[in-house]
Design a protein around this ligand. Structure first.
Ligand code: NAD
Length: 493
């Protein structure tokens, strides 16, 4: 059952400025539900004056929050976790309503966000800094300090999870946080911000500003904004990275993906069938970790049949969610046509599939689609399509498979399905990807293992979650101390 609850009236989504909800004075933007194509909400973009006022208040809030002891900041995060668990069904429904995910997928996303929150809660125990007597009576120590106001710009496809990759970590470290949600899926931000307010977060520590590119630029350019986190397409990730870098600000910008799965003839068909089909159909293919290209090595007919059967069962509306917009629906239909014109064969054609539920008529539905014999140089093999479409590229051997994988410009994820440990290790070593899966279709690392790709999938240094994210959201101050004169006074004391 995947019963999405639709709102009785249009949800009016506001900006959170200094802890208060205020309607933006800028352009009105409608929010559509991918489930039925109808308007379910609206935002009014923040204007330049509103952005400036909000960031000034965030800056003021930072002064007190950064000097609140870490243990007290952590208590707010504990409360936040309780509230999210209490309200998880409501939040999941909002995520599904605006992003098109199934309720199960939406809930899984919130839970992954909570996992990052649990990591943030553990920072007080993990991150003890360090102190050492480096000479007689001379001590060096590390102190982790907050940066100030930091910003985060998030994509449509995970309205709760992606923001939750950074909100708990950046805030627990003592920063004030300015969040610009996707204008396609801004509604969940209200629930998350209200949960943090209820948890006891002081006003101004979290700011929510709605809108598009102008709002992003206004935030990046503001003098008080010290660091910019971004998740979205590679084109925009690069733009945001360059803009922030030009101001001398640190930026970590995660981009798009074209993930490959290497399928070897010895892979267990049931495991490959479920793992690979669920990877390319999950979230209707709209996730940066989705399988996109299947590199089928030699005779893998049994495994491909298992993938096809599983994909056939993944019907629209109940087991698979919707595409985000009509434009994306049109783009994918055209991309499938083009792949066929370029010589691919349709092993499974999801075009024209309707949702199982009548309430979802008018939604943007595309059934699972498998293109076979795809030319490795064609668009279907190279371009991020962001839909439930798997392109099978036939290769003779593992070397050819790795050549195709290595030639792709992205570098988010790569998986291999096999029972041969040496082959698995070869793929793990040779793959040009930040995250590798062995018999796992969606190799998202669990916390505290951090999340992040390489190449065109990430601009900037470090990862967005886990231990590797701590240095991005903070500075390390080095303090050297001496209280008494030493007997063996030397060059460094
Ligand atoms: P997008 O790049 O269109 O938008 C992301 C954010 O950028 C939004 O908040 C949007 O308002 C803002 N934006 C749009 N145009 C801008 C501009 N010209 N200047 C400044 N900001 C601008 O991405 P999307 O369509 O919302 O999300 C899907 C993309 O995100 C896919 O490419 C997907 O692979 C990627 N993604 C990557 C990861 C990852 O971890 N690497 C995770 C999730 C999604």
């Amino acid at each position: 059952m995947n019963n999405i609850e639709f709102p009785k009236e249009t949800i009016h989504c506001q900006n959170m400025i200094g802890g208060n909800w205020k309607t933006g004075s800028g352009q009105k933007i409608d929010v559509y539900s991918p489930y039925n194509g109808k308007v379910v909400g609206e935002i009014n973009s923040a204007t330049e004056a509103e952005i400036n006022a909000a960031i000034e208040l965030a800056h003021e809030a930072f002064k007190k929050w950064s000097h609140t002891p870490l243990k007290e900041r952590t208590q707010v995060m504990f409360n936040f976790r309780q509230i999210l668990m209490r309200d998880i069904d409501k939040i999941s429904n909002m995520v599904s309503l605006e992003s098109g995910k199934t309720l199960g997928e939406a809930k899984a996303g919130v839970l992954k966000g909570i996992e990052v929150l649990e990591f943030a809660i553990s920072v007080q125990n993990l991150d003890q800094g360090g102190k050492m007597e480096v000479s007689r009576g001379v001590y060096c120590e590390y102190r982790r300090e907050a940066l100030g106001v930091v910003a985060s710009i998030t994509p449509f496809n995970f309205p709760a999870m992606v923001p939750m990759w950074t909100i708990p970590i950046a805030i627990v470290l003592g920063n004030s946080y300015v969040w610009k949600p996707s204008e396609k899926t801004p509604l969940t931000s209200t629930l998350i911000a209200n949960s943090l307010k209820e948890a006891g977060l002081p006003d101004g520590v979290l700011t929510v500003l709605n809108g598009g590119a102008d709002v992003v630029n206004g935030i990046i350019d503001h003098k008080h904004v010290k660091a910019v986190g971004f998740v979205g397409s590679s084109k925009i990730a690069k733009l945001v990275y360059q803009r922030a870098s030009n101001h001398g600000k640190r930026a970590l910008c995660l981009g798009g993906a074209k993930n490959h799965i290497v399928l070897l003839p010895d892979a267990t068909p049931e495991m490959a069938g479920v793992g690979i089909a669920d990877s390319f159909t999950g979230c209707a293919g709209q996730r940066c970790m989705a399988a996109s290209v299947l590199l089928a090595v030699g005779d893998t007919s049994k495994q491909i049949e298992a993938i096809k059967q599983r994909a056939l069962e993944t019907t629209c509306g109940d087991k698979m969610g919707a595409l985000i917009t009509k434009e994306q629906y049109d783009f994918l239909n055209a991309a499938i046509d083009e792949a066929v014109k370029e010589g691919a064969t349709l092993l499974l054609d999801g075009r024209g599939q309707k949702a199982t539920d009548k309430n979802y008529e008018g939604g943007y539905w595309l059934g699972a689609t498998i293109l076979d014999n795809v030319n490795p140089n064609s668009k279907a093999s190279k371009m991020e399509l962001f839909g439930p479409v798997l392109s099978i590229v036939r290769v003779k051997n593992i070397s050819e498979a790795m050549e195709v994988e290595n030639a792709n410009e992205y570098g988010n994820a790569c998986s291999v399905f096999t029972n041969n440990g040496a082959m698995a290790e070869l793929v793990a070593t040779k793959a040009k990807a930040g995250m590798v899966g062995i018999n796992i279709g969606v190799p998202v690392p669990r916390e505290p293992f951090s999340f992040g790709g390489i190449n065109e999938s990430k601009f900037g240094f470090g990862d967005i979650t886990g231990a590797n994210s701590l240095n991005f959201w903070s500075d390390i101050k080095k303090v050297t101390t001496k209280w008494t004169m030493q007997n063996d006074h030397n060059w460094m004391s």
